[in-house]
Ligand binder design. Structure first.
Ligand code: NAD
Ligand code: MG
Length: 382
């Protein structure tokens, strides 16, 4: 039996993780769950999966949940960052699924690694901003970082048994999102509804917007760099609108090994939870005859300014990926709230990258300070 704790159990990755756990209930067991504010769904999950600890970010909601489950014994409800840290480090867990969104996941992920927990990592923002701290820490504590992001799972799967072989390049695929083929001028008036309408994947709102701007792909290049210790100039972004080839690795002999499948996050989630074993999944399997054809294109960096900015942030290094990530988190939240226009997302990111001071090799405190400075900069102006 593997004991699983989940940060962000009510979200897109969180609920799909619970689905995989339900499909394998004799092998996987839930010990802790956490959510931001959706206590109705969290309560259903508590009654179904019987964790001993749950965290709710909001204090008032946590108190409300305690009332609502007062008929149950043996479930502790905690809140705030203390709550996330408690879920991340709960004594009887073997693996933590980081399905929370944003930089909030950094401290719990670090705490879990220090407590010796394996990490099934969906929360890419933690690696983008603190990968240079998290990866060495994981090596030191001999814990596994198992990628859940579909592209990174594909790369990880392609690298099995290839430890001693040289990577020529990583081919990181991207669907191109709903605005593939549009120019920057044509994007000026896109609406929230259009941006939330991803052609292939059903995901949480923030990553859906990130996919449409291709900032997501920029974050994923940085995520791949940290996970696989590969230089940025060896990571090539390939637009593949069908989302069937989830990414691939070209080795030094020219051979390309990739992983294909339907666009279903339960495949990488299951692979991370059972690694190195594979388990049957109750979903539609890939039918290549139905796919018919797969196509590949170069990304348009003039239209997708967010991706171009991500390349720039990677080159600059230090705390600039954190500036990009924090500015993106804030700008996307404002766009989701109808406070700014779509094209202002990359504009705000670029402005923050120019105005927040550079710090080389930032420690955790400096990363969190950079996040706050970036938020304050945007709040003062937009
Ligand atoms: P989501 O918005 O659907 O869910 C986020 C979860 O985090 C929810 O359970 C929410 O309650 C929780 N949360 C939010 N704020 C919180 C707070 N203050 N305290 C505690 N919990 C809080 O997001 P998602 O799409 O599931 O994405 C989660 C992570 O996985 C992101 O980093 C995303 O980039 C990554 N990811 C998602 C997908 C996908 O298919 N959805 C694919 C690859 C990577
Ligand atoms: Mg991805």
């Amino acid at each position: 039996m593997r004991n699983v704790a989940i940060l962000g159990s009510t979200g897109s990755i969180g609920t799909q993780t619970l689905d995989i756990i339900s499909q394998n209930s004799s092998e996987l067991n839930v010990v802790a769950l956490s959510a931001g504010s959706n206590i109705e769904l969290l309560e259903k999950q508590i009654r179904q999966y019987k964790p001993s600890l749950v965290a709710v970010w909001d204090d008032k909601k946590a108190a409300e949940l305690r009332q609502n489950i007062s008929d149950l014994s043996g479930v502790q409800v905690v809140s705030q960052m203390e709550g996330l840290l408690a879920v991340a480090t709960i004594a009887d867990s073997d693996i933590l699924v980081t399905a929370i969104v944003g930089m909030l996941g950094i401290r719990p992920t670090i705490a879990a690694i220090e407590a010796g927990k394996d990490i099934a990592l969906a929360n890419k923002e933690t690696l983008v901003t603190a990968g240079h701290i998290i990866m060495p820490l994981a090596r030191k504590n001999q814990v596994k970082i198992l990628p859940v992001d579909s592209e990174h799972s594909a790369i990880f799967q392609s690298l099995q048994g290839e430890e001693h072989n040289e990577i020529n390049q990583i081919l990181l695929t991207a669907s191109g999102g709903p605005f593939r083929g549009m120019t920057w001028d044509e994007m000026q008036n896109v609406t929230l509804e259009q941006a939330l309408n991803h052609p292939n994947w059903s995901m949480g709102k923030k990553i859906t917007i990130d996919s449409s701007t291709m900032v997501n792909k920029g974050l994923e290049v940085m995520e791949a760099h940290h996970l696989f210790n590969v230089n940025l100039d060896k990571i090539t972004v390939v637009i593949h609108p069908q989302s069937i080839l989830h990414s691939a690795v070209q080795f030094n002999d020219g051979a390309v090994i990739g992983q294909m499948g339907t666009p279903d996050m339960r495949i990488p989630i299951s692979y991370a939870l059972f690694y190195p074993e594979r388990k049957p999944i109750n979903s539609e399997y890939l039918d290549l005859f139905q796919v018919g054809q797969m196509t590949f294109e170069k990304p348009d960096l003039n239209a997708f300014k967010g991706l171009a900015l991500a390349y720039k942030a990677m080159e600059q290094g230090g705390n600039i990926p954190t500036v990009l990530n924090a500015a993106n988190e804030k700008a996307v939240a404002k766009f989701l709230n109808n406070e700014i226009r779509y094209v202002q997302i990359p504009e705000i990111i670029g402005e923050c990258m120019e105005n927040i001071s550079y710090i080389n090799n930032p420690n955790l405190e400096e990363i969190l300070e950079t996040e706050q400075l970036t938020y304050d900069y945007i709040e003062g102006r937009y």
